[in-house]
Design a protein around this ligand. Structure first.
Ligand code: FES
Length: 120
């Protein structure tokens, strides 16, 4: 008997949820002003009815702390920086639902160079 296949997610969203301890000089993506962005993003996906085809995942540091809060949308390696609730809503609307990445919210290219090739 053949098992029905479970579809792959259309998108993964990796939201950095790293918080530095108080007094740490290095910035981090989660602080008292940004701690509800993950829940906001999840609610935005729920309202759109696309939880499931879109998987949102809490991650630790994604290595772009100076540009936080950040989140990575896959496929495509789209790294969004300096997030706010309004920006997240627009990313869901235009990128996730509309298929058009929101160029003005993407991390500047000098912070997001080409991936290092590991295979010779
Ligand atoms: S703390 Fe978010 S990228 Fe480092």
């Amino acid at each position: 008997m053949e098992m029905p296949s479970i579809p792959q997610p259309t998108f993964y969203i990796f939201k950095c949820e790293q918080a530095s301890p108080p007094g740490m000089p290095k910035p981090s993506c989660v602080n008292e002003n940004t701690r509800d962005l993950f829940n906001h993003a999840a609610q935005s996906l729920m309202k759109a009815g696309i939880m499931g085809p879109v998987q949102i995942v809490r991650t630790s540091c994604l290595g772009r702390c100076q540009m936080g809060p950040v989140m990575l949308v896959e496929p495509g390696h789209f790294m969004y920086s300096h997030l706010s609730k309004e920006k997240i809503d627009k990313i869901v609307e235009e990128h996730i639902l509309g298929g058009n990445p929101v160029e003005e919210y993407l991390i500047p290219s000098q912070y997001w160079g080409e991936a290092v090739k590991l295979v010779k």
